[in-house]
Design a protein around this ligand. Sequence first.
Ligand code: TMP
Ligand code: ASP
Length: 238
Amino acid sequence: MRELELIYEGKSKLIYSTDSNDRVVIRFKDDATAFYNIKRAKIENKGKMCCAISSMLLSYLNKNGVNTHFVEQVDAESQLCRVVEHIPIEVIVRNVIAGSMAKRLGINEGIVPENTIFDLCLRSADLGDPLVNDHHVVALGLASYEDLQTIYEISAKANSLLVDLFNKAGIQLVDFKIEFGRAEDGTLVLADELTPDTCRLWDIDSGERMDKDRFRRDLGRVRETYEEVAKRLSNVLK
Ligand code: TMP
Ligand code: ASP
């Protein structure tokens, strides 16, 4: 599959068209950004690590009945993916209270609720990706109630598969963000990266953070930690 032209450049990824109408190539960059580009850095090897981690996780989900846009890894930094019509909603799945939820509601990080929490955010950097609910999403014409039902079902299934896999790697999956798209056949598929940039991962033994919070909160060893996540996942998926 030949890469043709750059069609989109995001903060951490580039998207290229290919000689097939229903495929794109997504290339991961070494850039790390947080707080809407206020904090920026280049982290050597990050593109490769995120590509490897996301490829492992999306292919694991594909094999276990959660359809994603991922087709195959094409080189160390790039994935071949299905073209989808992207829905501009972020779905955040939380198994443990952390991050913005802890801050917004004044709860300590680390509390484990009895239920799984699903948040929806509108993807709009100008508005600061505001929290929305099902009714807002339907009113904005972004998805129907039936679509949302499917999105919650896929998100819950992905969560239980990922919790189980990360557990085997000695990592607690605290929370993660995913996005969805409509494929050519009209079905909803998970269409996003799954990396330490978009998940909170805590080492089960030490509680140490193994995700982008190391960068956001200046905890150091970002590169080494992403490499450790890739190594552990590759060992459990062997
Ligand atoms: P939050 O605590 O900031 O709401 O983040 C929850 C999870 O979602 C965390 O794993 C980081 C991820 N996330 C993204 O990947 N992109 C985003 O824009 C936001 C807000 C969160
Ligand atoms: N929405 C955040 C940002 O703009 C994402 C994050 O902190 O991961 O960088």
